[in-house]
Design a protein around this ligand. Structure first.
Ligand code: CP3
Length: 349
């Protein structure tokens, strides 16, 4: 049973915006709001490997709370990583600082698939525990649970690590569609279950990250990706939580991403919220989309960009303010606090 939090968080502006209902202020949170931009994070994480840190509920709770306390954002996002469920089912991988996830033995053949078993809640007891601790501490502020979408996870597994071109992934997709679909089918189970575990423990919103899917054409997306992302999102359909779906460079894919089963589509800075909302169609909220680079611009420049986005957001069915991608590790965190206050101030009605 989820805790009593749902009743109290129902009125949250974030949940209301996600459902295209009126809000008192534009809700705001930042992708990667927990992490290296915060000195208190760097102090806590010192000496603990990333994936190790993700298995310690008290540490996860503290790291997740840090940006909520500091910035006054409208949501917490569970401190974890998209590869946590893959490590949990036994894949040998590491998250290397400054690089990203690195997989010891890439997954490229049918025999390799046997190394990716289905996920159950028993693989990730520390996630259930961390979410329960957080929900108790967060009060009215909703917790966002998340997972990586099958394409982005497959890219790490097939390439063996981060890739700019995704050449091996695309070669597998086109060269052996049967194996590709079998791999993504398995990853959809893993990610879907990972989301379900978080929601059942009390997460009130979920975000499915397909960070690198902007590397694909619309037809490849429709054929090789959308059915698997749809299956992942369907795992939490009917649980009453809004589903956000985000990727980078997805201007051509926004409508298909919404149609995969997301109430909210995350937009990067390359497409305006107005254009994005038109492409996605009525009944969907949008999330975004300040270019993270502007966090380094003079305040007056940044201020104008933030106000413009809030203003644009008033004319779409629902808007959650965020960056177009994650918080850069070297940003001054005080700037994020100021942006949060500004979004709240200029949108108050
Ligand atoms: O605050 C939050 O947003 C929650 C925490 C979070 C992390 N990873 C923590 C993390 C979230 C939502 C993620 C998701 C994630 N992980 C994505 C999707 C989001 C996106 O940026 O598109 C992706 C692609 C990954 C894979 C991954 N893990 C990358 C690319 C990196 C960065 C590598 C680096 O060091 O620059 C990681 C590591 C990682 N995940 C860090 C954090 C805070 C940094 C590691 C550290 O602090 O030691």
């Amino acid at each position: 049973m989820p805790s009593s939090a749902p009743a109290r968080t129902r009125a949250s502006d974030l949940l209301r915006a996600a459902r295209c209902e009126p809000v008192t202020r534009t809700p705001v949170w930042f992708m990667r709001q927990a992490g290296r931009s915060l000195p208190e994070y760097r102090a806590l994480r010192a000496g603990t490997a990333m994936l190790q840190a993700c298995t310690r509920p008290e540490l996860v709770t503290e790291i997740t709370m840090q940006p909520v306390r500091r910035h006054g954002v409208d949501a917490a996002i569970l401190f974890s990583d998209i590869v946590v469920p893959l490590a949990a089912v036994g894949l040998d991988l590491e998250v290397v600082a400054g690089v990203g996830p690195v997989v010891a033995r890439p997954v490229r053949t049918r025999a390799d698939l046997d190394r990716v078993p289905e996920l159950t809640g028993e693989h990730v007891p520390y996630i259930t525990e961390a979410v329960r601790l957080l929900v108790a501490e967060l009060g009215d502020t909703p917790l966002i649970g998340f997972a990586g979408a099958p394409f982005t996870l497959a890219s790490y597994l097939v390439e063996g690590g981060p890739s700019r071109s995704h050449v091996r992934t695309k070669a597998l997709m086109h060269g052996d569609p049967g194996l590709w679909h079998a791999l993504c089918d398995r990853l959809a189970q893993v990610s879907g279950e990972f989301l379900r575990v978080q929601v059942q423990a009390g997460a009130r919103v979920v975000q499915l990250f397909d960070s690198w899917v902007g590397a694909l054409s619309r037809s490849d997306y429709a054929r090789f990706v959308q059915p698997h992302s749809a299956r992942t999102l369907a795992a939490v359909a009917g649980l009453g939580v809004p589903r956000i779906h985000f990727g980078v460079g997805t201007g051509e894919l926004l409508a298909l991403m919404g149609a995969a089963g997301a109430e909210v589509v995350g937009v990067d800075y390359r497409v305006s919220l107005t254009d994005a909302s038109e492409r996605i169609g009525p009944g969907h909220a949008v999330q975004g989309n300040l270019d993270p680079a502007l966090l380094f611009a003079p305040w007056e420049v940044l201020r104008e960009a933030v106000v413009d986005i809030v203003e644009e957001g008033r004319h779409v069915p629902g808007h959650i303010f965020n960056l177009g991608h994650g918080v850069p590790p070297d940003v001054d965190p005080d700037v994020l606090t100021r942006v949060t206050e500004l979004v709240h101030d200029v949108s108050a009605r």
